[in-house]
Design a binder for this molecule. Structure first.
Ligand code: TMP
Length: 209
């Protein structure tokens, strides 16, 4: 059973790295499911639409938090747990650490409460490895906007919000160094992927032992 999550601020290149890792692991003969949050199943994708719709300006912070958690509970039930039970490696673009970073550090919700709610929504499921791709905020936002035509609801938040989120991710990595591995993305896609692949290889080796 192997559950790997990718985390990071906006524009940190998660989608590129997670797709590269999926291809790499498949080539090595593993069965892989690539998924993402919010979303990752039929109902969870509907929740994603509500969460990212930039017209939903009046969505209040507590409803936002609960929707992210609802999406997670449904995603786990529909996609993640069944795949893990069938022996797939599950690669997930964002998971509980995003809730702690965005709604905890970003919005300012009590972090103990968020951790408790995260555990409830995920039924205690924790990633075996989390790869945190780190990027300087303004650079990341620029990259994120370049790759899309329009900004989503979260990307429209001010730079100060995203700075708190980045600080949150880095704090999580400091507190849980065994699970969360911080990779700076400045070295370019290929060098970053070498690091990502070696972290995944190490995890799989430790599970074989
Ligand atoms: P993304 O798929 O482009 O990463 O968009 C998801 C957005 O949702 C991103 O801005 C991060 C945010 N998010 C939260 O605020 N809390 C969460 O729990 C998750 C999973 C994502």
């Amino acid at each position: 059973m192997c559950f790997i999550t990718f985390e990071g601020p906006e524009g940190s290149g998660k989608s590129t790295q997670i797709a590269l890792l999926a291809a790499y692991l498949k080539k090595k003969g593993h069965k892989v499911v690539l998924t993402r949050e919010p979303g990752g199943s039929k109902i969870a994708d509907k929740i994603r639409q509500i969460l990212l719709d930039k017209n939903n300006k009046e969505l209040c912070p507590s409803a936002e938090l609960l929707l992210y958690l609802s999406s997670r509970a449904q995603h786990l039930s529909d996609t993640i747990e069944p795949a893990l039970q069938k022996g797939y490696i599950v690669l997930c673009d964002r998971f509980s650490d995003s809730t702690l970073a965005y709604q905890g550090y970003g919005r300012g919700f009590d972090r103990k409460t968020i951790k408790m709610l995260n555990d409830f929504a995920a039924s205690g499921r924790k990633p075996d490895l989390t790869i945190l791709l780190d990027i300087e905020i303004k650079k990341g936002l620029k990259r994120a906007h370049k790759s899309k035509n329009s900004k989503d609801r979260l990307e429209l938040e001010p730079v100060a919000f995203h700075a708190r989120v980045r600080h949150g991710f880095r704090a999580i990595a400091e507190k849980e160094p065994k699970r969360v591995k911080l990779v700076n993305i400045n070295s370019g896609v290929e060098a970053v992927f070498c690091k990502v692949a070696s972290l995944a290889d190490l995890l799989l080796k430790s599970q074989d032992a």
